[in-house]
Design a protein around this ligand. Structure first.
Ligand code: TYD
Length: 399
């Protein structure tokens, strides 16, 4: 196919089969759902890694129900990120900050006392209503040049535009970048946070591949997108959130990249290549084989297994490995909105953590492995010393 950043031809390197959209829990175990391929490809020319088949944004986001969790780890991250932006003068007490995909507004809520004005833009109806009700002015819209200009007319021209974990969630991210470029004056900053492709690959996080994740950014590919919209990458910062993220800081007009940009870019020169992608695909296949074998052996010997975390990535994992409710009947998750529903395709029923404690299974397959310590500590504190945990990523092991 063709690179959606630089139009060069791409090469496929990972095929996870077909899966329904990963965040679409269903009301009954037998509800039929359309599945779509999950294939990754990369572009030798600009280093871009992209999902081959993309679903429309309307289909994915208008009724989107993902609410950013209140989590200690995320609050610390907001604190660290805003300090970093302030200390480096990317943001000041006088800044107007516009956040794209601001969800219920937790990051803006954090920034509000530190800057002059905050405003969010988010396409999900219920989510943006929740943000407004909580006092974070939020416009319900897809972000592009037109909506950006409208928001800037209403709330003031931004000095900083922030896009956290949303630039990969769109088949044509150029529309968002173009919108940011249209409202930022020369010298304004565009701050983008996303999963970092080298982390995803090195940790064999193939389960991060689902239909919402349409791009897996590198410094190389992000620089190419920015260059096309009169912006330059001036800084990068690594973070542990969401299994390993990168924060790109771009400046409208020109600017000098920091040493960090050069350092990480030279790592990409070494590792962003066909051999790395081929090894990633081999390790992915080997996780599939080991997990398949382990689940077969345990269930054959009469052990009970539940999954822990009704996560999007868990659905990729379960459907790729071919695990269904026949072997794993329940998934424990503390999100009320998810309880009583069923995971797409596998048909596994989501139950509360309390129900998971009533008769704890012999094993939990940790599909929310990014919260491994938090979840295991919680189970032990609640008196569950029986269940062992199967951690699937970066390799299958029992803890
Ligand atoms: P998340 O990490 O957002 O995964 P994804 O982006 O792949 O969907 O989801 C974590 C899930 O784990 C969320 O549904 C809440 C659940 N969870 C619990 O049930 N108990 C816990 O103690 C924690 C930390 C999370």
């Amino acid at each position: 196919m063709t690179c959606r950043i630089c139009e060069a031809p791409t090469k496929e390197f990972l095929d996870l089969g077909e899966s329904p959209p990963a965040n679409s829990l269903v009301d009954s175990p037998n509800q039929r759902q359309a599945s779509y391929p999950l294939v990754l490809e990369w572009c030798e020319s600009c280093g871009n890694v992209q999902l081959r088949d993309c679903l429309g944004a309307d289909e994915l986001y208008s009724d989107y129900l993902y609410v950013t969790p209140r989590s200690g780890m995320l609050s610390e991250h907001y604190e660290h990120l805003s300090d970093y932006l302030m200390v480096n003068d990317y943001m000041t007490a006088d800044s107007t900050v516009l956040e794209i995909g601001s969800n219920v507004g937790y990051f803006l809520e954090h920034l509000k006392p530190r800057v002059k004005t905050v405003v969010g833009v988010d396409p999900a109806r219920q989510i943006s209503e929740m943000a407004n009700a909580a006092g974070i002015p939020t416009v319900c819209d897809f972000f592009n040049e037109e909506s950006a200009c409208r928001v800037a007319d209403l709330h003031g021209r931004p000095d900083v535009v922030v896009a956290r974990h949303c630039l990969a969630h769109n088949e044509w991210p150029q529309a968002m970048v173009k919108g940011a470029a249209a409202v930022l004056g020369v010298g304004g900053y565009f701050v983008i946070e996303n999963a970092y492709v080298l982390n995803t690959i090195e940790n064999t996080e193939f389960d991060q591949v689902y239909h919402e994740h349409m791009f897996y950014y590198s410094i190389k590919s992000m620089s190419e997108i920015l260059r096309r919209h009169d912006m330059v990458l001036v800084d990068v910062l690594m973070s542990l959130v969401h299994g390993g993220s990168i924060i790109f800081v771009a400046r409208r007009g020109d600017g000098q990249p920091t040493d960090a940009v050069h350092r990480y870019a030279s790592r990409e020169d070494l590792f962003l290549n066909g051999a790395t992608f081929a090894r990633f695909a081999e390790r992915t296949e080997s996780i599939k084989q080991s997990l398949r074998q382990l689940v077969d052996e345990l269930t054959r010997s009469g052990e009970s297994i539940y999954t822990y975390g009704a996560t999007a990535k868990g659905n990729t994992l379960l459907n790729y490995v071919g695990i269904t409710a026949e072997q794993i009947p329940f998934c424990v998750d503390n999100t009320e909105m998810k309880q009583g529903k069923f995971l797409p395709k596998s048909g596994i029923e989501v139950i509360s953590e309390e129900r998971g404690l009533e008769e704890p299974p012999g094993y939990f397959l940790l599909t929310a492995w990014n919260y491994q310590d938090e979840i295991i500590t919680k189970a032990r504190k609640a008196g569950n010393f029986k269940s062992k945990f199967i951690v699937p990523i970066p390799f299958v092991r029992i803890v």
